[in-house]
Design a protein around this ligand. Structure first.
Ligand code: GLC
Length: 411
């Protein structure tokens, strides 16, 4: 697979802006939080120094509260909406006002493991920053038990059916006039709809209007949902952070407390009628009633659940290529619309980390093989139709190239 390896490296290098990487030019011209972390995983396979730089740049934009924003607007680009002026966070460089799933500690641990000597000083400096970010997650976003999101974009799974009930309560009719830019870059059929977009902007405007005050957003914001993926990713990252603390000779008591609390909150994500982990609306208590790739991350968090194993396999077996982002048997399943069905290579990579750690080598290998097949046949696209493998969204995508190098392309 030499040619594809070379191509993947060329994509990372092409999207490299010096000290950070953009997801793909045009559609996503800035630094995105979890994309950037995954980019570091890919860089680590051929340039470990560049991998650490990627993580360091991300954490340079950490807020005083500990929050690490989901977008950092290093250089203005009029081809993207909503840009820095719309977010109005007053940060330098400008950033968005919400976060994204904290995969950093997990991937940083892997990068460190790839060259322990080269990484020791770099990880020691990043450790307190990751600790502060996790503390923010636990104190602010986990105040109701499981990890919550205050905007669908915070989940990183923007238009997943998980968020439909929360979005139903958002009034998008009063947003300031705006022009979308995403649909100028890719087929609108693959992107969220206008009505959804109005609501995304309305939730954003609320945050900006309260000066991005965490307390007001958590108490009065128009959208607040418990997110299984965020909970599982944070729990996994806490465990990686704890192991890191032990190796660095740092105190572990606080992190252990977070792990205990979050583990105790996991059963609250179980929707008995659905027989699956499920998202729910914190304010109304209503379930999303949706099986999604968020729920499939339980193994990644080190959680054992035979009933969920069955759900996962049912969804996986119903398609041909990788794990779908939403239940193929549900009416809402839409195999080419973003997070409403497509298979995402980096998400498959995270799920495979969990399968591997749980000793389920055959399943991990199946997932790797199917993901590799998607990329081999379709190229380094943003995501794929899991029923027929057609490539969708943006091309030359950073995290697809990165997971190819770090995982899918390795036999
Ligand atoms: C979309 C995805 C999100 C990702 C971003 C940049 O918003 O839903 O997960 O971080 O694009 O690739």
């Amino acid at each position: 697979m030499k040619n594809l390896d070379n191509l993947a490296r060329a994509i990372l290098q092409g999207n490299d802006k010096g000290a950070y990487t953009i997801p793909t030019s045009g559609l996503y011209p800035y630094q995105w939080n979890w994309d950037s972390v995954l980019a570091a995983w890919g860089f680590a396979t051929f340039d470990i120094d560049r991998a650490w730089t990627e993580l360091e740049t991300l954490f340079q934009s950490q807020w005083a509260s500990g929050m690490v924003p989901h977008i950092i607007f290093h250089e203005d680009d009029p081809g993207y909406f909503p840009g820095p002026q719309v977010w109005g966070t007053g940060q330098t460089p400008p950033t968005s006002g919400i976060s994204q799933p904290p995969v950093a500690a997990t991937i940083a641990a892997k990068v460190w493991g790839m060259d322990p000597d080269a990484g020791r000083e770099r990880i020691a400096k990043l450790f307190p920053k990751m600790l502060a970010w996790h503390r923010w997650y636990h104190e602010v976003r986990c105040m109701h038990g499981p990890a919550t999101i205050t905007h669908p974009w915070e989940s990183g799974r923007d238009n997943c059916p998980d968020w439909d009930i929360g979005m139903a309560g958002v009034d998008g009719s009063k947003v300031a006039p705006y022009e979308r830019r995403d649909t100028g870059h890719v087929d609108p059929e693959m992107r969220p709809k206008k009505e959804e977009y109005d609501k995304y902007v309305a939730i954003l405007e609320f945050g900006r209007d309260v000066g991005w005050d965490d307390r007001k957003i958590m108490e009065e914001g128009p959208f607040l949902m418990a997110d299984p993926a965020m909970t599982f990713i944070l729990l996994r990252a806490d465990k990686d952070l704890l192991a890191m603390a032990e190796k660095l000779g740092e105190d572990t008591a606080e992190i252990q407390g977070w792990i205990d609390d979050l583990t105790a909150a996991v059963p609250s994500l179980w929707n008995d009628d659905l027989g699956s982990y499920d998202a729910s609306d914190i304010r109304s208590g209503a379930w999303a009633n949706n099986i999604s790739s968020g729920a499939f991350l339980y193994t990644y968090a080190g959680i054992d659940n035979p009933a969920m194993d069955k759900r996962t396999l049912d969804a996986w077996d119903a398609v041909t290529y990788g794990i779908p982002s939403a239940d193929p048997k549900a009416e809402r399943f839409d195999p080419q619309r973003y997070w409403r069905g497509p298979s995402w290579p980096f998400m498959n990579g995270l799920i495979a980390i969990g399968l591997q750690d749980a000793g389920r080598d055959l399943l991990a290998e199946r997932l790797r093989r199917e993901t590799a097949e998607l990329i081999r046949k379709g190229g380094f696209y943003e995501y794929f139709d899991p029923t027929n493998g057609s490539p969708c969204g943006g091309s030359d995508f950073t995290w697809t190239a990165a997971v190819w190098l770090a995982w899918a392309g390795r036999t």
